[in-house]
Structures are given as C-alpha cells and as structure tokens.
Design a protein around this ligand. Structure first.
Ligand SMILES: *Cc1c(COP(=O)(O)O)cnc(C)c1O
Length: 372
C-alpha cells in the first residue's frame, strides 16, 4: 500500500457482492480469488464482504496471503494457488488451515519430509498454459506416489485456461478441457474423490461444459466483463464497476500557443489553453504510458493528459470546462467519475496499453476507502 499518495481509491463492496451473485448464477461453488490484495480491492474487506454473501472458499497467491486472510477473520476454505515456495511456507500450511496447490514432484517430496500430520492438498495440472503444474503424463507416477504416501491427501484437481476470454481461441479451451477430463477420470478411478475446477471468470460465464465442481473467479468480481469488446460481451452485461479513484488539483494556469509542457516538451500547445496540474503520477500507479494518451474525468467531462506523466504530477487540458468551475483543491477522477463521462477501467487499460487486471492492481495500491 502506498503511504505518500494523495489518491483516494474508493471500493464499492456492494458492487463486489453484486458481482458475486451474478457469477453464482452461472457457477456452482465459487472460489473467490483474492490474490494480490483482492486485485487491489483490499484482501480482508473483500473476503469478509463475500463471506456475508455466502462465499466459503478463497484463493490467494502465496501462503502468507492466506495467513493474513485468516488473521482478518476469514473462516472459509483457503487455497494457496502458487503453492508453498520454501520450508517456512510448508510449516505454515497446517497452522493456517490452508490447502496448497502442488505443481511438481519436488514439492510433494519436500512436504512428505516436513509435515507432522496428514494434510489436504490440491493438484495443479498444466493442460496448455505452459506455466505451473503437473503434465497429463505425470498421472501414473502421481498415483504411485499417493499409494505410498498416505500423509498427503489429494482433495482437489485443478487446471487453468490460457484463453477462455477469447472466443477465437475456443478450440484451445476445448482441448484443455478434454485433457483435464481425462486427468480427473484417472484420479477418481484410482479412488481419489477430487473436487475438480478449471474455470476462471470467463469460463464460468461463457463455457458451461467446464464448470465441474467449483469455479475460481477473480476479475468479474472486480467489475470487469471478461468478454468486454468480444462477440460474447452480453454474457457479462450485469457486472458492475467496483473501483474508482480521485486525485487533487494542485495548480491551474494558462498554456500559451507554442509553449511546450512537462518533461521533454512532448506536447506543444496549438492554441492557448487552460491546464490543471493534477497530483498523481507513476509513483501512484498512474502509468507513464498514459503520457499524451490518457483522459481524466473532471466535473463530469473528459479532459486529456498533456505531455508526460511525471512521478507525482500529471497535466490535463481543462479548456473545455467553464472558467472557474474546477479549482485548486478540487478532485478529478482517474478512474470512474460523475456525470456523462466517467472513466471505465477497460478504457484506462487501453490508453495505458495494458489489461484491466494490471490497472486494478496498481491503482488499487493507493489509500482506500470502502462503501457498503
Ligand atoms: C487469478 C487466477 C484465477 C482467476 O482468474 P480471473 O480471470 O481473474 O477470473 C483463477 N485461477 C488461478 C489459478 C488464478 O491464478
């Protein structure tokens, strides 16, 4: 969390809960993914709000995130999606009642050597993401391993889609689903009654065949339609925005025709204009990639970024506003906003040259306020 920032990030927990209910209409048992501080929304606040909505399973990245979630008062089942990375993590699993995703044999062996009493684990399979996980051909060796080592109880089998949010990649998604089906069948035939999950938000909303027993959903909880801008956009039409952020106006002045602005004079005024210097920059998570590309929302209308985004300042052209309407000390929105032209997270991501996930994680590091 950034301590020096004057940004105020507002999290609408009622909207997060609404999005949970939307996803719950499609899914059966949702695992609310709250890794990376709940995508910048606040780990404890989001998890407790979702528990009140009936959520009983949560997915974090590292083990210590799971511990923090327990400390925040979460009573649900916690899944450690990245697996334990060192001995310390392994020791903490039993203590925090956290189920780790195990992704390779080395960790299985280290766990067997270290744990004092039996624990539940989840097996993560790589069916096409080429990132973490056992390969489908590892299944026979896994079955042999669990036959010999009863102290590790595989209670879940999981995999992750590489492109379930892109309708043009449906054949890749189907192939991953077919590989996962075979893996789950083999495990179950060998007597391991695993709970199976492979779906993220996009697959939960758009790919019914892959729902299995539970679904790991993140981005749609946080206000992003995973199919936004695609032929399947209507599947996420009920998802509501959850994050907005506003920042202070530090100074207002006139930029004369022909004058350059900010570092490197990458923008030169074509005519006289009114500039507001805004107290936000790349140190607050407002990317330098927004230089000459981004827009903020001031008094309900869009105002363009002029010149380069600096460390703690960004200039915008407010000539379109009636003189005197915006004043020093007022606030403008870098995300969300009032009136006709709020900034949507997907637009901000596009100007920035990234995806909404990154925008939420970085803007969400600012000081937060919560509304119920
Ligand atoms: C982040 C993550 C998810 C959630 O994906 P969304 O696209 O945000 O719904 C699910 N599973 C795993 C393993 C993840 O790391």
């Amino acid at each position: 969390m950034i301590s020096y920032s004057k940004t105020i990030v507002r999290i609408d927990l009622a909207a997060v809960r609404h999005n949970y209910r939307v996803l719950a209409r499609s899914g059966s048992r949702l695992v609310a993914v709250v890794k990376a501080d709940a995508y910048g929304h606040g780990l404890g606040e989001v998890a407790l709000a979702l528990e009140a909505e009936g959520a009983d399973s949560f997915g974090v990245g590292y083990v210590h995130e799971g511990e923090r979630l327990r400390q925040a008062g979460c009573r649900g089942r916690i899944l450690n999606l990245l697996g334990p990375v060192d001995k310390d993590d392994m020791a903490r699993l039993a203590h925090g009642d956290i189920i780790p995703f195990i992704t390779h044999f080395e960790t299985l062996q280290k766990l067997v050597a270290q744990i004092e009493k039996p624990i539940d684990i989840a097996l993560k399979f790589d069916t096409g993401m080429s990132r973490l996980g056992f390969r489908p051909e590892d299944v026979p060796a896994l079955l042999e391993f669990f036959h010999k080592n009863k102290c590790l109880r595989p209670v879940m089998a999981a995999s992750h889609f590489a492109a379930s949010d892109e309708p043009s990649f449906d054949s890749v998604t189907q192939k991953q689903h077919a590989l996962f089906s075979d893996i789950v069948s083999s495990l179950r035939q060998a007597g391991h009654a695993v709970e199976a999950n492979i779906s993220n938000s996009a697959a939960t909303l758009g790919y019914r065949e892959s729902l299995w027993d539970s679904q790991r959903t993140g981005i749609a909880l946080y206000g992003v339609n995973p199919f936004g801008g695609t032929s399947k956009a209507s599947l996420g039409k009920d998802i509501r925005n959850t994050m907005s952020a506003h920042v202070p106006v530090l100074h207002i002045h006139t930029l004369r025709k022909g004058q350059g602005i900010s570092y490197g004079h990458t923008h030169v005024a074509k005519k006289d204009c009114t500039v507001a210097v805004i107290g936000v920059g790349y140190a607050d998570g407002y990317s330098r990639g927004l230089s000459n590309k981004g827009f903020m929302s001031a008094c309900g209308i869009r105002v363009p970024v002029l010149g380069r985004v600096c460390m703690q300042m960004t200039c915008v052209d407010i000539s379109a506003l009636p003189a005197g309407q915006l004043q020093v000390g007022d606030r403008v929105h870098i995300l969300g906003g009032h009136g006709e032209e709020p900034v949507h997270v997907c637009e901000l991501a596009e100007w920035w040259g990234t995806i909404p996930y990154e925008v939420l994680c970085l803007i969400g590091m600012g000081p937060r306020e919560f509304t119920e």
